[in-house]
Design a protein around this ligand. Structure first.
Ligand code: ADP
Length: 552
């Protein structure tokens, strides 16, 4: 700032100085020229009178260094010259002032001497005898004059420079101080010079604009954060260098990091090679997808490129937890394989027996045994198919008709229907408790109690007991089915609710089990938002408790 002002002032001062010097010198040169000329003319007229009277005598007495007087005949021959000998001088007839004086009585002329850097002014006058008296005087040229004044000009220039410097620093300080003191946070509250008012108004306007834009951006950011933080899917935004711009809480959980990873390279939170290849593929080709297991859960990562004006500006990474989906898919595959196997076994039995009969291989006395075997296998098939249908219904999760169900009544119904089976196994069934009414699906509640009771009879010992009790707590309706049968080993207890899982396959099959009973129990209880707990000891018996919440 100071430099600029200094330069401007020096420039202005220099120009003004030069112009002044040129003008003043011009005026002075002109003025003194005229004065000299008048003096010369006066001198000439005095001298001409004196020469007319005294001739060369007068001229020889003259002692002037400033003037030079030459007396010239009408033919141009020099009669006398105050500086040089007349005989050494050339003819002067051709001199401009001499010619003018001879013709009109008076003449003037100025000639420049490049050797002396001087002008010589001449004035000539014709005397009464026809001769011409000429006076001449040197006059310095403008250039020589200027050269002669170089010292004072330099002094003035230095003074002007010094003054310009001081002035520039003072002016710049005076200009800069109010600018430095400006409160740009509150532009309109400044009391400063009017010239910068438009600037302050503009700043004020821009402040408002920036504020509203920042507010808008903040709102959008908050909205974005609210949406992404409530998402179950993990969401990560990356720029085109792979730097994390945003990461929602779900993604932080999945990738075991925190929000402080924002601004860092994605590689710092996930070093897997396949992941960095997938990100690179998405940035190059638009989309990519990988599946990966993290901490025992299965995730799918969908990565998509983000573009703006045909330029890749980053990528968005979405992580889905597909553990359940994968598990369901696996269960479905296993179930299908198991169902096929379970259906095939009785069917093979039926076909085998039928073929033997057809081929006349069975003796008439063995015929009833074979027919009964076919019947038994066919019955097993029907039971199996019924169980599969029930499970499929429960898997579909479609709504079933609900009604008020008295648990004690159902328990008694089950007891009556299983009494025969129990007697055949020499097992007694007891029902105890009070009437507890729940809102539920009667058919499912019946199946829960029936399957539990059926198992309690099947996996019991001779003379064993089965107790069905119905009770309620403050929050739950409770059914307990207890037996003093063979019991279940602790390591088996987690598996018995799996489809087709049997602890002792031959025992289960021999007693008509399908391996689906407890799966149906589990799903039917889940349908009522209830829980199943098991308490069992090998050789002592099993107690299975079903708790159905009153407030669903
Ligand atoms: P199954 O048709 O074989 O009875 P379930 O799903 O009902 O199939 O039962 C699974 C397995 O759990 C049975 O095969 C049996 O080994 C075991 N189990 C179920 N209930 C009892 C019980 N009360 N006592 C002992 N073992 C049982």
């Amino acid at each position: 700032m100071t430099k600029k002002i200094f330069k401007s002032i020096v420039l202005v001062a220099g120009v003004v100085l030069l112009a002044s010097i040129v003008i003043i010198m011009g005026v002075l040169y002109q003025y003194f020229g005229e004065v000299q000329e008048n003096q010369m003319k006066d001198e000439l007229s005095i001298s001409s009178v004196a020469v007319e009277e005294d001739g060369v005598t007068y001229l020889s007495k003259l002692e002037s260094n400033r003037y030079r007087i030459t007396w010239i005949k009408a033919d141009g021959t020099v009669i006398y010259d105050t500086k040089n000998g007349a005989d050494t001088m050339e003819n002067h007839a051709d001199r401009e002032e001499v010619r003018e004086a001879l013709s009109s009585g008076e003449g003037e002329g100025t000639r420049y001497s490049s050797t002396l850097l001087e002008n010589t002014m001449y004035c000539a006058k014709r005397l009464s005898d026809g001769t011409v008296l000429r006076i001449s005087m040197s006059r310095a040229s403008a250039g020589a004059l200027a050269f002669g004044m170089i010292q004072p000009i330099l002094i003035v220039l230095i003074v002007a420079l010094a003054l310009s410097g001081i002035l520039a620093s003072q002016i710049s300080k005076r200009i800069a101080r109010p600018l430095n003191d400006l409160d740009l946070e509150h532009p309109l509250e400044n009391n400063t010079y009017d010239e910068i008012s438009p600037l302050l108004n503009r700043i004020n306007f821009q402040h408002k604009e920036i504020k509203s834009q920042v507010k808008e951006l903040q709102q959008k950011k908050d909205e974005f954060n609210q949406i992404t933080s409530s998402m179950n899917e993990g969401l990560v935004l990356l720029d085109n260098n792979g730097t994390i711009l945003s990461i929602n809480p779900a993604a932080q959980n999945i990738l075991e990091t925190d929000e402080y990873c924002i601004g860092k390279d994605f590689l710092t939170i996930d070093r897997r090679h396949d992941m960095s290849i997938a990100i690179q593929n998405a940035l190059n080709n638009g989309k990519s997808e990988i599946r990966s297991e993290i901490n025992g859960r299965e995730y799918q990562f969908d990565i998509s490129r983000i573009q703006s004006a045909n330029k890749t500006i980053g990528a968005v990474l979405l992580a889905f937890d597909i553990t359940e989906r994968e598990l369901a898919e696996k269960t479905r595959r296993e179930f299908t394989a198991n169902v096929s196997h379970e259906l095939k076994t009785p069917l093979q039995g039926i076909i085998g027996s039928a073929e033997l009969i057809e081929g006349g291989m069975v003796k008439p006395e063995d015929m009833p045994r074979f027919v009964s075997h076919i019947k038994e296998e066919a019955k097993r098939l029907v039971v199996l198919i019924e169980d599969i249908i029930r499970l499929s219904e429960l898997d579909e999760g479609s709504a079933m008709p609900q009604s008020e169900v008295d648990l004690l009544n159902i328990a008694n119904e089950v007891k009556n229907n299983l009494d025969e089976t129990a007697k055949a196994k020499n097992v007694s069934i007891q029902v105890s408790g009070k009437n507890v009414v729940i809102e539920g699906v009667k058919r499912l509640i019946y199946e829960i109690i029936f399957n539990l009771c059926d198992n309690a009879i099947k996996y019991n010992k001779d003379g064993g007991k089965v107790d069905i009790s119905v009770s309620e707590t403050e929050s739950n309706s409770v059914i307990k089915v207890k037996d003093n049968g063979i019991g279940i080993a602790p390591e088996e207890q987690n598996h018995i609710f799996e489809r087709f899982y049997r602890v002792d396959k031959s025992h289960s099959k021999a007693s008509g089990g399908t391996g689906l009973g407890l799966s149906i129990v589990k799903h039917a209880v889940q349908y009522h938002n209830g829980t199943v707990t098991i308490d069992s000891q090998i050789g002592k018996g099993t107690e299975i408790t079903i708790a159905i919440p009153k407030n669903k």
